[in-house]
Ligand binder design. Structure first.
Ligand SMILES: Cc1cc2nc3c(=O)[nH]c(=O)nc-3n(C[C@H](O)[C@H](O)[C@H](O)COP(=O)(O)O)c2cc1C
Length: 159
């Protein structure tokens, strides 16, 4: 049985690629967070919607529930930076999830701004211990060798 659970959200595929690579490398189980209504693939169109949701305090409904985490030793948790912080579907997920006292190792994908991601993750995550943040920029994500190296280095460092 896998001892690691990977929880991720991906709108345009980058985080899905990262999650699948991590699963290949660790034998972990995968859990994809999916909103009921997918966001537009165009960043600015998606941002119009995501920004309004935040301003109105209405995070998106999810069509996926919450996985049982107690049977895993550790959780890997990742997704995109939206507006300097966690993408809205990840925030919806964190509201519902109990991390069962597990260690949580997180990654983020972004162009140039993720300043609030780690602090907000720590503040929003219930009952888990967050250890650091692997920051993956587009330069790394678009270079297969560089991405593999970054993931291998990270996996060596985390417990
Ligand atoms: C609604 C929205 C807001 C975004 N805001 C930021 C941002 O504040 N800073 C940044 O560097 N990238 C931002 N991006 C770019 C995303 O981080 C990038 O599209 C994402 O990491 C790609 O991951 P994915 O393919 O798994 O969805 C934003 C993208 C979207 C769709």
């Amino acid at each position: 049985m896998a001892d690691t659970l990977i929880i991720y959200y991906s709108s345009t595929g980058y985080n899905q690629r990262v999650a699948k690579l991590l699963a290949q490398k660790t034998g972990a189980d995968l859990f994809e967070v999916q909103p009921v209504k997918a966001y537009d693939k165009n960043m600015w169109t998606a941002w119009d919607v995501a920004k309004e949701e935040r301003e109105e305090g209405k995070l998106p409904a999810l069509k996926t529930g919450v996985p049982a985490m107690s049977k895993y030793r550790r959780i890997l948790f990742g997704g995109p930076s939206w507006g300097f912080t966690l993408a809205n579907p990840l925030q919806s997920f964190l509201k519902q999830a109990d991390f069962a006292g597990k260690p949580v190792y997180s990654w983020v994908t972004f162009y140039d701004h993720d300043e609030n991601y780690l602090g907000d993750l720590k503040a929003q995550l219930h009952n888990g211990q967050v250890y650091g943040l692997l920051e993956l920029t587009m330069g790394t994500l678009n270079d297969r060798q560089q991405l593999n190296r970054a993931l291998d280095d990270w996996l060596e460092k985390i417990d």
